[in-house]
Design a protein around this ligand. Structure first.
Ligand code: ZN
Ligand code: ZN
Length: 262
């Protein structure tokens, strides 16, 4: 298990460095991400070792994960983020911020960033704790483990040209994965293909596309590992900012904003 943990975070780190060299515009967010992923790796491993219960998860994330996340944000974040984080550190209700994020409530950018960066690795390490967040009413567009919204979709690299892997969604809360038909809107469940435009920028992002929906005006990014087997979906999704801007210009909003708020 510990071996698996370090592999996941090492892959994310390596991919972030690779993409930083490829995309100039992503240098700043990736520098912050690289600092945060170190803190998340430590939180993940601590959570595996400590095994906190679901009822204490916000307090645990604040105590064990948040200090490292705040340090990372102060060291590698923008001036604006740094100032906002220092203010939260001095007077914020940190546990309340994490609890609100766990309940899926809308919060300001800094609070969402801090809560998510700190709590997500704990949920990722402890699936049974994530499962305690799931509410009774759920559907196939929500994470079967925790009930969270999808962050992105990906097509796995099956290693065989003629064999298409199933579209897989990744949870924005616990990083759990589940399969949803590619012909179903991941937000509203629409199934008419004509209502679900696909937008892309094949020159700059040959392996990433926008899957949008004209019915609910939502979209998510889909990472195609068949076109870039080295992609790490959670990391590649962070750097496709030009695609997010293109979607916003057309009036679509993302089902779930990513860690960096895009
Ligand atoms: Zn989940
Ligand atoms: Zn829809």
């Amino acid at each position: 298990m510990a071996l698996l943990a370090s592999t996941v975070h090492a892959e994310r780190r390596e991919r972030a460095r690779e993409l930083g060299a490829r995309y100039d515009f992503a240098e700043g967010p990736l520098r912050l991400y690289l600092a945060v992923v170190d803190a998340q790796e430590r939180a993940f491993e601590r959570a595996l070792a400590d095994g906190p219960g679901a009822e204490e998860i916000a307090a645990y994330a604040v105590r064990v994960a948040l200090p490292g996340v705040m340090e990372a944000a102060v060291a590698a974040g923008t001036e604006t983020l740094r100032e906002a984080v220092l203010l939260r550190f001095a007077e914020g209700d940190l546990e309340g911020i994490v609890e609100a994020w766990l309940r899926g409530e809308q919060q300001g950018g800094t609070d969402t960033f801090l809560a998510r960066a700190a709590a997500a690795p704990v949920l990722e390490a402890l699936p049974e704790v994530a499962a305690a967040l799931r509410s009774a009413e759920s559907d196939d567009r929500r994470c079967p483990r925790c009930g969270g919204l999808p962050q992105l979709a990906f097509f796995p690299d099956t290693g065989e040209a003629l064999l298409t892997g199933q579209r897989t969604l990744v949870c924005s809360r616990c990083a759990g994965e589940w399969v949803l038909s590619r012909m179903t809107c991941a937000s509203c469940g629409e199934t008419a293909g004509a209502k679900m435009p696909i937008l892309s920028d094949v020159d700059h992002f040959p392996h990433v596309r926008i899957d949008a929906c004209e019915i609910c005006r939502r979209y998510l990014l889909t990472i195609d590992l068949r076109k870039d087997p080295r992609a790490v979906p959670l990391v590649d999704e962070l750097v496709a900012l030009p695609l997010d801007l293109a979607a916003a210009e057309r009036g679509y909003s993302k089902i779930s904003r990513n860690l960096m708020g895009f």
